[in-house]
Structures are given as structure tokens and as C-alpha cells.
Design a protein around this ligand. Sequence first.
Ligand code: SPV
Ligand code: MG
Length: 295
Amino acid sequence: TTPNKTKTRALRDLLESNRLEFIMEAHNGLSARIVEEAGFAGIWASGLALSAAFGVRDSNEASWTQVLETVEFMADATDVPILLDGDTGYGNFNNLRRLVNKLESRGVAGVCIEDKLFPKTNSFIDGERQPLADVDEFCGKIRAGKDAQADPDFCIVARVEALIAGWSVDEALERAKAYQQAGADAILIHDKAPRFDNIQKFADRWDGSCPLVIVPTKYYSTPTDVFRAAGISLVIWANHTVRASVTAMQNTVARIYQNETLTGVEDRIAPVSEIFRLQGDPELREAEKRYAGDA
Ligand code: SPV
Ligand code: MG
């Protein structure tokens, strides 16, 4: 990586590079740091994971400023770019403008917005066919967001929910083209099918006018080389940090509850020293030597 490259430039480079790139979900400062340390060149601030960590539903129950506060901790904790899952933009074009300004000032490199209605429903929750945003209205939102950004490298990713909502690949392509022409820096084409087939068809017919982003949560058994061959630019592993932590917490908490002792747990979990390290404590020890005097 180039030293001093801005985070916005780094995200743009991930989207525009010629090879398949990967970003990984995080939902607070600690998980963001773990994702960065693993080697990932970018972070997905997942709406699902953030809301789950707050203990609320992925239905815009957490306010946008609560999300903003959390994503600021994540940005402070890391040097790699963060792409925020901005749901529908928390309102209309005007709300998105304000969101973009605030994200820029908090060090977030880009935002993904989806063409659904506020309050959104998670794409994997079944039930009624989810209503989609009007194409013109969503294009206006994209244009407003692009006009609002001060840094030309800040990225707005437009997420097409047509396949999720049961529409055709044709409808998805039409929407994607409109969003690209409205100024979107990339298109996230999402699907909940267990197979990659529809996205493959979409990718085969996509004109390449901007990069494609995917979230393979449901078609996880598709080999990554298939994504590569399809010309996908960026893969988002969207929720595996929060899901891994849920399993680890459930197992440890149950063991302690049942056994009424920490014996048998201590060796299975991170030592406290590892928590200190992830918090950046060594830097504070150094700083104390420099600044705190002898007192
Ligand atoms: C998220 O991670 O919140 C996403 C991806 O938006 S999904 O849950 O697949 O909708
Ligand atoms: Mg989401």
C-alpha cells in the first residue's frame, strides 16, 4: 500500500483495481481492528451487524447518528477504508447529503445505499415482496450525494435490490444502468438465492461502465474463482465477524453459567493482555514516557 494514501482513495482503488478484492464485516472498533489485522484492505460496516451489536433489528431502529458514532470509532481504530452500509440513506436525497458530509468528516471512505424504502427490512427476511424505491427518486438521491461530497474520491455504491424483491435480471440491469448514469461509483447487485446464476447473468450482460460488488452470504458455496471469472470487482463478506462472535460468546457464557467457575474457560479465550494490545495500550505506555514526566 502507498503510504499516506487517503482512505477514500484506497476504497476507490479497491473498487477500480483489475483484480478481485475483498472487504470484511465489522461492527465496532474492536472488530474493525481485528479485520484490519487479518489483512483485509477494507471494512464493511454492515447494517445487520451494527444493529445486531446494538441489540436491535435491522430495520432502522438505531438512529443514523448512533450508526455514525459507531462507525467513527471504527475509523479511528483502523487505517483501512470503511464502506458504510447506509441502508436507504436514512431518508430522502436531503438526508443523504447530510450523511455524506458527516461520513467524510468522520473518516468514512464511502457509503452504500439500497433502492428500498425507509425504514428498510433486511434482504433475507421473507414475507411480502419488498417494495423498491422509485428509480427517478433513487437517481436523485445518488446525484444529491455525489454533489454533496467534498472529496472527489468518496464513493457512493448503489445497491440494486431487484433480484431480492423477486424482479427479473432485466429489471436489475435497467436499474443498475440508471444508477450508474446518475453517478454511482459502483453497483452492488444483491441476491438471496443459494446459487450465483442470476448474478452471473447480470454480470454477463453488464456493460462494465462501473465496478460490480457482491455479497455472497446466501450463495456461499460458489467458488471464488467464479466471481473472478464473472468480472466482479469487490466481494463483501458481510456478517461473519458478528456471527463468529455470537457463537463464541454463547459457548463461553453457557460454560461459565453451567460450571460456576472459570476453570476450563481461561485457556479457550483471548487473554486480557490481548485485549490491551487490541486497544492500543502499548502506545499509551510509550506516550507516558514522553509526556507524563516522572511524577
Ligand atoms: C448488511 O450486511 O447489512 C447487508 C447485507 O446489507 S445483507 O444482510 O445481505 O442485506
Ligand atoms: Mg444492510
